[in-house]
Ligand binder design. Structure first.
Ligand code: NAD
Ligand code: DAU
Length: 330
């Protein structure tokens, strides 16, 4: 099976490529990745049955050429970080909207199966005491430039399925953690701060809730949807991992043997979504998926070990990331 993975040098895409090559010996993977600041060749170095193409998902000629020679496209490529989108939304519109449009036109032309990776942020946020969680029927209500562009891309996929019969599925997943995540993101930023003897940085009061899932669980769910999902359907991926940011930071401080109050409160994010929570019952009941890392604390410990053991991977970008955050008061 020939699988084209866009954004395969990023966090979730690289883990997807690794997992796919390890678990599916029949697969040959081609990565299409622009190697932006978020992409790293080192994340997929040394793998067999892999072709790496450096290029832009919005480059129609290149995308056409690659899609023509593939059986399945899994579309991870995106600008993914909310804080960056608040500083400059333009690459988000370009990659997330125009890039997805470009890919849709190519899979339409060549009749190739597509799985589109999206986020729970398209649904906006929930109140802290809201009994409801996000379901596939929750109306779209994105609050940030990032989530608005992801919502736009999902709507394009839905329209291409309905209007042109494109063979696509969509998944909307909650916050991922695990190896190879850029140190700009919450968990790796705090782990690498603690390794460096610096205090974790918590936005605002730290009461915002995220629904954490290990990246391997996200990717096993993606394969479940590719193999057993219904064309045109949306599946929500989550592992019942709701935690406040303060709870996560205190778990990390405990793992590093430090005082539970050994963190800094910093400027809050503009428009900061309060809470995300996923109801993944369609995925579990209809497709029979379940997570391999149901215990967040175990997954977090394994992730800390990975960052401790792989300093060479993250060290080159740590200082520049912290300089950027310092300029923003984060
Ligand atoms: P990431 O920022 O770590 O990686 C994105 C990758 O896309 C990078 O390798 C980058 O070089 C590449 N890329 C960016 N622009 C490109 C372009 N124009 N052409 C080709 N490649 C390009 O992102 P991630 O956290 O791995 O997220 C991957 C996908 O999963 C995104 O679509 C994101 O919206 C979605 N998602 C992420 C999470 C999360 O918690 N990180 C949760 C749910 C959904
Ligand atoms: O919900 C899925 C989304 O999760 C994905 O679509 C996004 O691509 C991914 O980046 C993530 O978005 P968040 O904005 O939730 O993730 P981030 O890691 O930036 O922040 C997680 C929470 O931690 C959020 O409430 C902001 C807060 N935070 C973040 C950083 C970087 C801090 O308190 N301190 C920090 O230093």
């Amino acid at each position: 099976m020939r699988v084209l993975v866009t954004g395969g040098a990023g966090f979730i895409g690289a883990n997807f490529v690794r997992q796919t090559l390890q678990e599916r010996l029949e697969a040959h993977v081609t990565i299409l990745d622009a190697l932006t600041y978020a992409g790293s060749r080192a994340s997929v170095a040394g793998l067999e049955r892999l072709t790496f193409v450096e290029g832009d998902v919005a480059d129609a000629r290149l995308v056409n050429r690659l899609v023509e020679k593939t059986d399945l496209v899994v579309h991870f490529a995106a600008e993914s970080h909310n804080d960056n989108a608040l500083m400059d939304p333009s690459p988000f519109v370009q990659t997330n909207v125009i890039g997805t449009f470009t890919l849709l036109e190519a899979v339409r032309k060549h009749g190739v199966r597509l799985h589109h990776i999206s986020t729970d942020e398209v649904y906006g946020d929930l109140g802290l005491d809201d009994p409801a969680k996000f379901t596939p029927g929750t109306p779209y209500n994105p609050s940030s430039p990032y989530s608005a562009t992801k919502a736009s891309s999902d709507l394009l996929v839905r329209a291409w399925v309905r209007s042109f019969g494109v063979q696509a599925t969509i998944s909307n997943c909650s916050n991922n953690y695990g190896p190879y995540q850029h140190v700009e993101k919450f968990i790796p930023r705090q782990i690498t701060n603690l390794i460096d003897g610096a205090r974790p940085r918590v936005y605002g009061a730290g009461l915002n809730v995220r629904d954490w899932i290990h990246v391997e669980d996200h990717n096993s769910a993606v394969w479940t949807i590719i193999e057993r999902g219904q064309i045109g359907e949306t599946y929500l991926i989550g592992a019942d991992g709701e935690m406040t940011n303060l709870e996560v930071v205190r778990l990390l401080l405990a793992e590093f043997g430090q005082d539970p109050d050994g963190f800094e409160h910093v400027n809050d994010r503009a428009g900061h979504d309060l809470r995300y929570a996923i109801d993944s019952s369609r995925l579990r009941d209809e497709l029979g998926w379940s997570p391999r890392y149901p215990d967040f604390a175990d997954g977090l410990r394994a992730t800390i070990d990975w960052y401790r053991a792989n300093e060479a991977w993250w060290r080159p970008v740590k200082e520049a990331t912290e300089t950027k955050y310092a300029a923003w008061g984060h």
